[in-house]
Design a protein around this ligand. Structure first.
Ligand code: G3P
Length: 496
């Protein structure tokens, strides 16, 4: 009977289950959208129980559609939207508040206060991160500040904290395992990425304590087995976990120092493997953990762009300019250029390299001649401009000249965007054949732990190119376009 690895990819907008065979090919998948809650402008929340329900439902769908029985699952890998924070009652399993999503800006005031108190440098030295509403720590504090009786319960050890990986492993194991992996812990603002421990002082800063924190494990090991009542009577090892961007780096087989990938999902995240060295950034990049395997930590530099694919979602759902996000390619190629239109999709502030949580989106250069096509093209181009901002920071910080960039994610399927990206970066863009590299990375991590695959060398051979995009734009044109973007960004940041 053929065996598979089941990868669960719990992302910002949907939950997915994908079955991978021994060749590392995705053979079946199921997907379910999850509801987004926007209680106030700039706030984004999820219902953690709905997330759990959606994961159960995609597991059931993928197994039944693929006609695969639970005994054929050799192991489960979990990958997730990172930083999103859940606090739940240890006894009942009920979340005490909605999950606060990574994009949410509701902890802006907490961050301002921390910065005012001069905490930025200390936090950075311990966690490699900046003080920004993006990360989990201030979300924990916000929930404790706003849910009546929560602090008391925390003191009594009745509340558990988790990012989405932790929440799902806890649920799948029937409450047996309260764990996370290094990559997810590294995004909480409470974990010291150098001594690899929850940091007493930082826990204190956000009102957390050790009793509520998950045990931090490697990214590839058996954490627990599924509770049979959640997995059709079977106990299957949950054997790999990583935040989605780190999982994508792994799925892209960026195993050697200097290799980088860019994933165009809800947001856009570029990660570069920096090996055993944690590289400090002077240009607004994050220092983070790429993975921890067999007692060895690999670090990464990361550029985080908050709005990428979700800008296309906004064109589709908010402005109703598109029926499907994929139609954007057709519209964009109907015109020769944006004719000077720039779109800055700072809907939830700006991440790397600007780190401004108060700025909001803007559009520039409109004329009476601006048409829908220009607007759509400008939105697509904004993904590439933001990526260029990040790449420049990465080259400066690492001293490594990136000559090719591996890409994946929904919007990477857009050929116009990939060509424009190569042109703007003056770098070869290599789109991976398996676009589901996030889920693949989690499958690899789990597969290595249960002996489904042997080692990274074997996985490296599986990476395959779908299409290569060579830079074609001349330097003058590239510089002119990028200068326009910089002017637009500066004007956007001035408008607050
Ligand atoms: O840090 C946030 C990131 O993990 C979300 O990823 O795929 O939902 O854009 P995605």
């Amino acid at each position: 009977m053929e065996k598979y690895i089941l990868s669960l990819d719990q992302g910002t907008t949907s939950s997915r289950a994908i079955l991978f065979n021994h060749e590392g090919e995705p053979v079946h998948s199921a997907q379910k959208e999850i509801k987004q809650y926007f209680p106030k402008p700039g706030w984004v929340e999820h219902n953690a129980n709905e997330i759990w329900g959606s994961v159960l439902s995609v597991i059931a769908s993928v197994l039944s559609e693929a006609n695969v029985t639970p005994i054929q699952i050799a192991g489960i890998g979990i990958t997730n939207q990172r930083e999103t924070t859940v606090l739940w009652d240890k006894e009942t399993g009920d979340p005490i508040y909605h999950a606060i999503v990574w994009q949410s800006r509701q902890t802006n005031d907490i961050c301002k206060e921390l910065k005012k108190n001069g905490m930025e440098e200390k936090v950075r030295q311990k966690t490699g991160l900046l003080i920004d509403p993006y990360f989990s720590g201030t979300k924990v504090k916000w929930i404790l500040d706003h849910v009546e009786g929560a602090r008391e319960k925390v003191k009594k050890g009745e509340v558990l904290f988790g990012t989405i990986d932790t929440w799902l492993i806890w649920k799948l194991s029937g409450g047996k395992a309260h764990v996370t992996d290094y990559t997810n812990a590294a995004r909480t603002l409470m974990f010291n990425i150098f001594d690899l421990k929850w940091d007493e002082e930082l826990l204190d800063l956000f009102g957390a304590n050790h009793s509520m924190m998950p045990e931090v494990k490697s990214s590839s090991e058996i954490y627990a087995e599924t509770a049979p009542y959640h997995f059709f009577g079977q106990s299957v090892p949950i054997a790999g976990a990583a935040g989605d961007q780190q999982a994508a780096l792994f799925g892209q087989a960026c195993f050697t120092e200097g290799m980088a990938k860019n994933t165009y999902g809800t947001g856009c995240f570029m990660l570069m493997n920096t090996g055993e060295k944690a590289v400090h950034s002077d240009n607004g990049l994050l220092t983070t953990i790429a993975w921890g395997i067999d007692g060895k930590i690999t670090y990464a530099l990361e550029g985080s762009i908050f709005v990428a694919g979700s800008a296309l979602g906004w064109l589709r759902d908010g402005l109703r300019m598109l029926k499907h996000a994929e139609d954007s390619e057709d519209y964009a190629t109907k015109v020769q250029s944006t004719e000077g239109v720039y779109m800055v999709p700072a809907f939830v502030g700006l991440g790397t390299p600007y780190w401004d949580s108060e700025v909001r989106g803007a559009i520039f250069g409109l004329t009476r001649g601006t048409e829908k096509e220009h607007f759509i093209r400008a939105t697509l181009e904004s993904l590439a401009y933001q990526t260029k901002d990040v790449l420049q920071a990465m080259i400066e910080d690492s001293g490594i000249d990136i000559t090719s960039l591996r890409t994946d994610g929904g919007a990477a399927k857009n050929n116009f965007l990939m060509q424009f990206q190569a042109d703007l970066l003056d770098t070869v863009v290599e789109r991976a054949k398996i676009n589901e590299t996030t889920a693949l990375g989690a499958a690899y991590l789990a597969g290595l732990a249960v002996g489904f695959w042997e080692n990274k060398k074997q996985l490296t051979k599986k990476w395959d190119l779908d299409k290569e995009f060579e830079p074609e734009m001349d330097e003058k044109e590239r510089d002119k376009l990028y200068q326009g973007w910089q002017t637009a960004i500066n004007a956007t940041m001035a408008f607050k």
